[in-house]
Design a protein around this ligand. Structure first.
Ligand SMILES: C[S@@+](CC[C@H](N)C(=O)[O-])C[C@H]1O[C@@H](n2cnc3c(N)ncnc32)[C@H](O)[C@@H]1O
Length: 217
């Protein structure tokens, strides 16, 4: 390990150890707020958390914003309860979609891929006890997406267009479900309206996709 990195790590550990010492020292919140060292440490923690959570997502301009329960319930309406299937939450955030769906669809196999290390850790812990869930850390654009029956994404218009092109290249055959941001390129097969509207695309890139482009305006 490079020396400067080891020293930075050592000083950070010392700082946080000091903070824990202060917290155990039975002082009031007001006293805590006035303490300059504590303030600096709080700002440091905030910056570290901010970078761990948001910075990775700037890559695809898709920061953390969770699917609401209405959208999750809508997802349940078209997943099969009587057969095996593979479902991917592409950019799974805190893992709440995986957690909610996996308990209701024991025959389904649920995976999440997440770019932010902190969120990936959170999702892993949240779904720890669910046998049919797996969370991976990484970017969905290097992930093998071809093997899923359903891919769910709630990212951004840019990221959804990139995802579609990536699926096309891979020869994906299955259902793509996009939350809130439909594709410009092609028409959806089904639209489920709500506070967060879902757009379903039944894709088959092994045959040529013969659907007409989406009409604008
Ligand atoms: C809007 S949130 C959706 C979270 C979750 N799918 C849900 O619906 O509650 C988008 C998530 O995608 C993650 N993300 C953005 N770009 C990604 C990428 N290229 N690969 C994997 N995850 C990504 C972000 O870190 C963020 O947690």
């Amino acid at each position: 390990m490079p020396k400067c990195f080891a020293l930075t790590l050592k000083s950070l550990v010392t700082r946080y150890a000091q903070l824990i010492g202060v917290l155990y020292d039975d002082i009031t919140l007001e006293q805590l707020k006035k303490n300059k060292k504590v303030k600096t440490v709080m700002v440091e923690i905030f910056i570290v958390l901010f970078f761990l959570i948001f910075f990775p997502a700037l890559y695809t301009k898709a920061p953390i914003y969770l699917s609401n329960f209405e959208a999750i319930n809508q997802l349940k309406t078209f997943l099969p309860s009587d057969q095996d299937f593979k479902f991917l939450d592409a950019g799974c955030g805190t893992g709440r979609v995986l957690k909610a769906l996996s308990s209701e669809f024991p025959k389904g196999s649920f995976e999440g891929i997440e770019l932010s290390p902190l969120l990936a850790l959170f999702a892993t812990l949240l779904t720890w006890r669910s046998q049919n869930v797996r969370v991976k850390l990484g970017t969905l654009f290097t992930h093998q997406l071809k093997n899923y029956d359903y891919i769910y994404a709630f990212l951004s218009p840019v990221a959804h267009a990139m995802l579609y092109e990536y699926l096309e290249k891979l020869g994906f055959q299955g259902t793509l479900v996009l939350n809130s941001f439909p594709l410009d390129k092609i028409a959806h097969d089904l639209k489920i309206e709500g506070k967060q509207t879902l757009f379903l695309y039944k894709l088959n890139f092994t045959d040529k996709d013969l659907r007409l482009p989406e009409k604008k305006g």
